[in-house]
Design a protein around this ligand. Structure first.
Ligand code: NAP
Length: 201
């Protein structure tokens, strides 16, 4: 069985924090590769306008193109309706039965996961791998892992990550106010944002 990490995200825009998270997971969990999965419709964004899915897909493509261990999927971009991780994992299992899946998450997503749509399916179809970074409360994450194991027979793993306080929200704010975003995201992604005039208003 190949061991593949599933790195889902709104990626609005993708930045070095996402890339370092994926690369650290690859290393720490001895994964054979990482599949990046930009969301189609992130239904929990509180009505906030998210950049067009094709732009987010293209930015992700530009961000990972130099890494032979990173690949990209259109599965969620092409699926109509709200994006649910349970649907994605079910489809991945059908299409690639020889893969063991590891869902890569940050602490916020991990702690919210039992409130996602059909969590029992998510936990049945993958190992959920959560980072512990900086100020994250490791004890709380371990507790959540135990609860998921009891309630859903979930397999979970925690792995350390260097702290990198970069966020898509911060980047969008800097772009709106004309500040530099150099070194926060890959150069080709910055060029794409400039060419398309994204996040200017
Ligand atoms: P995102 O904002 O683009 O973030 C993607 C991941 O990167 C998150 O796990 C986030 O951790 C992590 N991250 C962001 N900045 C980081 C940094 N500086 N250092 C390290 N890690 C960093 O995407 P999202 O909107 O949270 O969505 C994540 C995934 O959850 C998507 O695949 C989405 O479809 C899925 N989701 C599914 C459901 C459902 O099925 N019902 C509901 C909600 C989300 P944090 O979690 O700590 O922010």
């Amino acid at each position: 069985m190949r061991r593949i990490g599933l790195m889902g995200g709104t990626f609005d825009p993708i930045h070095l924090g996402h890339l370092i998270l994926a690369e650290t997971a690859r290393d720490e969990l001895s994964l054979d590769g990482i599949l990046f999965m930009p969301t189609g419709c992130s239904y929990l964004k509180d009505g906030r306008q998210v950049a067009d899915r094709e732009d987010r897909y293209r930015m992700t493509e530009l961000a990972i193109r130099d890494h032979p261990g990173f690949t990209l999927s259109r599965m969620e971009i092409d699926r109509p309706g709200n994006t649910y991780t349970a649907d994605t994992l079910a489809q991945l299992h059908r299409e690639e039965p020889d893969v063991e899946w590891f869902l890569i998450t940050g602490a916020d997503a991990f702690l919210m996961m039992e409130h996602w749509v059909r969590p029992e399916e998510i936990f049945a179809l993958c190992t959920v791998a959560c980072t512990v970074r900086g100020s994250d409360d490791r004890g709380r994450l371990e507790e959540a892992g135990k609860t998921y194991a009891e309630r859903f027979q979930a397999k979970t793993a925690l792995f350390p990550l260097m702290r990198m306080d970069i966020s898509s929200t911060e980047i969008r704010g800097r772009l709106r106010t004309g500040k530099s975003v150099r070194y926060l995201l890959p150069g080709p992604v910055i060029e794409y944002i400039r060419e398309k005039g994204l996040y200017q208003t």
